[in-house]
Ligand binder design. Sequence first.
Ligand code: FES
Length: 369
Amino acid sequence: MSDDNKDTAGSPEPSESARGRVIGTPSPARDKALLAEGDISAPAGAGEQLDEAAAKRAERVVAAFFLLAFLGSVAFIAYYIGWSGRHGGMHGVTRARESNFWLGGTMALSFLALAVGVTIWVRRLMTSKPIVQERHSLAADEETRAGFTKDFLEGADDSGITKRPLLRRTLLLAAAPLGLAPLVLLRDLGPLPEKRLRSTFWAQAVEEAHKQGKKGVRLVVDGTNKPLKVSDFAAPGSMITVLPEGIEEHVPEEQVLTQTAKAVTILINIPEDEFKPAKGRENWHVNGIVAYSKICTHVGCPAALYEQTTHHILCPCHQSTFDATDAAKVIFGPAARALPQLPLAVEDGYLVATSDYHEPIGPSFWERG
Ligand code: FES
């Protein structure tokens, strides 16, 4: 019988030639045999047969996870191509949410399966031996740097780039458009918002109301859609979220969520003696009842917390604080401008908005755009 055959039969002391040869995926026990003598701790013989079978099983499990990762990636690409082909980009919150779910889900599945596979591979199929790596200085020594400088200058001189301005300039000209190539990727951010972020559904609703000879559009309570009377909101210190009436009837179904998110407004009843109407906005409130956009001007979280005693509106995301008594000016935090204010009036006892916000709602970026 040859040395190799003896090793296959489970000899406790494999020969030198057998130790040096690895065919296929070595078992953990065999890996240990490749270590230095002092590191061998796994039992051989019958134990090795058991480890080999376990290693095969682990190998199949790892392969299954890698296959799953592959399928996740293929699903990601297929969905992206199919989805952007169908919709030509991102439109509306509903479609964005759908694409986030599928793109995020397939990518997460792919990375998760890959990570699980690699983890099982490392834990079940690899030995754990201490590895020591010495740290070396990363900087090259003086001699290497001097050699590099010399070679570089010689190369530059040899190329004639300093002596041949025509070549130098045309090379720069050829390379310039490549620097702009990343701009093409910006297309994937979706269509330009143009004027769409400058107005909200309040504008459309008020226009409709004016056509019908009304003063403005009624405010309805978010959640119940009940029009709000001044008498229903008489307690100073209260705060409520409102929307324009008729949003669901007047916008296409897929736009309802987007338009609602943009038009969402907080209504606050401030004691009149504490309220300081801003210049030019003296008639925008009703007995201290004032309306501000609920979308924080920092990065757009809902500024949904209200402190009754201080009349501060707080955004929970990064703690921007706005003074409700003073045109919702910023008194703390990263927001760069006040919350836009909605002009209010009373019609037949109901609170109405007489126009849209006079400035864009949401993050300050859009105001500059
Ligand atoms: S989004 Fe409101 S403070 Fe940042």
